[in-house]
Design a protein around this ligand. Structure first.
Ligand SMILES: Nc1ncnc2c1ncn2[C@@H]1O[C@H](COP(=O)(O)OP(=O)(O)OP(=O)(O)O)[C@@H](O)[C@H]1O
Length: 263
């Protein structure tokens, strides 16, 4: 079954089209890397698939259901996580909230069952040792892994991740990318991951979408990450480079000479 089917989907804000005439299919268990410049419509598309943004036309199905009816099957991790860091929640509690929130009610005390699932989810992302630490005291990579554990606790079939690697240093990016690879390999959950930096993720991407309000390209990393395609969006200095089995994208690498001329 397809995780997502979009046919001629246009997405609107106040009558203005943010995304135009988008068609694609994502098979179950596939991972889609969603690339595009600022304002391309990546977050808008993700929020529409999640069922949060309803102002769209065309046909959009998530596991054969309209997005609003598929919420139980989806976990969404927004770009800048809005958890108030001053709220003194422990890592385990942040994860557990993902379990009770899905059920549509909030207990003042977390049940044993939810705590158990939260411990398992934290173990899965390799963070059992920080379960009693305040969330606010974790490193950026650890916070993102806690949020992944939180998204996993409701056993979604589709994970929607908005810029999970942004604002992380290179080693934390690899740390988070490894957990995403583990989710793909061991849980077989379909994922859509928006990213400005596709490089740590090319190995786990089955498909890549290049969006710039309209669909520029959709296909396997080999099909999409080509000089002539990425330079269409990111300019003539963009290149796709293969090193061994891996593809890397060098995007908009502009050199300024001492005299100020651009190369
Ligand atoms: N709530 C909103 N109301 C009106 N317009 C919006 C709203 N949110 C986004 N837009 C507009 O929709 C377009 C797409 O924005 P979106 O945030 O989806 O892009 P993006 O590709 O995720 O960008 P970035 O990489 O900067 O996060 C932009 O022109 C943006 O200004």
């Amino acid at each position: 079954m397809e995780a997502v089917i979009a046919k001629n989907v246009s997405i609107y804000y106040n009558g203005q089209k943010a995304v135009e005439e988008l068609s694609f299919k994502l098979e179950e268990e596939e991972t889609l890397l969603l690339m595009g410049p600022n304002g391309a419509g990546k977050t808008t598309l993700l929020r529409t698939i999640a069922g949060f943004h309803k102002n769209y036309g065309g046909e959009l199905l998530v596991f054969n259901k309209p997005p609003g009816e598929a919420k139980e099957l989806i976990s969404y991790v927004p770009q800048s996580y809005s958890l108030n860091e001053r709220v003194p929640l422990k890592a385990l509690e942040v994860v557990a909230i993902g379990g009770i929130y899905k059920k549509g009610f909030v207990h003042t005390k977390l049940s044993k069952e939810v705590c158990q699932s939260a411990e398992e989810a934290l173990e899965f992302v390799g963070l059992s040792q920080v379960k009693d630490k305040p969330f606010s005291e974790l490193s950026g990579g650890q916070k993102q892994r806690v949020l992944l554990a939180r998204a996993l606790i409701s056993n979604p079939r589709l994970l929607l991740l908005d810029e999970p690697l942004s604002a992380l240093d290179p080693s934390a990016r690899v740390e988070v990318a490894n957990v995403l690879g583990k989710i793909k390999q061991e849980k077989g959950i379909s994922m859509i991951i928006t990213t400005h930096d596709v490089n740590p993720l090319t190995e786990i991407g089955d498909k890549v979408m290049l969006l710039n309000r309209r669909l520029v390209a959709f296909g396997t990393p080999d099909e999409v990450l080509r000089d002539e395609i990425i330079s269409e969006v990111y300019g003539p200095f963009s290149k796709a480079v293969r090193v061994g089995n891996r593809l890397y994208c060098i995007i908009g690498d502009v050199h300024i000479h001492k005299g100020g001329a651009r190369e």
